[in-house]
Design a protein around this ligand. Structure first.
Ligand SMILES: *[C@@H]1O[C@H](CO)[C@@H](O)[C@H](O)[C@H]1NC(C)=O
Length: 143
């Protein structure tokens, strides 16, 4: 991952692809506390990234008594294409965040890394996230 911007783009792309995140909002809602994303290890030591959907999304307009099933999806490492490996990108992101960070998952990238820090402590705005999703879809030839 050469630049902070590229890491951010790749994360938006791979998280959207693996967890079927809808443009904009689902990305914007990703956060660090009570996170939807967490790194898990199997007994054999294989790592995966688990996505747990927010309750509010499935519960919209639903009955209180209804049993709520949240969508849980796992993503596994891509060993043939490390640049396209979500697990690797996620770990890079965690490693390169500033120490004091807001609760938003996506932070504005620095133009140039400052040592280990690749991101500012300002969240990426919803419009920028929408644009990023659009730009990536256009590049991939998707509607
Ligand atoms: C790894 O990434 C490549 C390139 O994006 C993709 O074609 C392939 O399906 C991926 N493999 C897995 C196991 O995700």
């Amino acid at each position: 991952m050469d630049t902070p911007q590229l890491l951010l783009d790749t994360l938006v792309y791979l998280l959207g692809l693996n967890f079927a995140l809808r443009a904009g909002n689902d990305h914007k809602n990703l956060r660090w506390t009570n996170p939807q994303l967490s790194l898990v290890s199997s007994k054999t030591g294989e790592e995966s990234l688990r996505y747990t959907e927010d309750i509010s999304k499935t519960n919209q307009g639903g009955l209180k008594s209804r049993k709520i099933k949240r969508k849980v999806v796992f993503a596994f490492p891509n060993t043939t294409e490390p640049r396209r490996c979500l697990i690797r990108c996620y770990k890079l992101d965690v490693q390169h965040c500033p120490q004091r960070k807001p609760d938003a998952f996506y932070l504005r990238p620095l133009t140039k890394p400052k040592g280990d820090v690749w991101f500012t402590s300002t969240p990426v705005g919803i419009n920028t996230l929408r644009d990023t999703v659009g730009r990536l879809c256009a590049k991939a030839g998707l509607p």
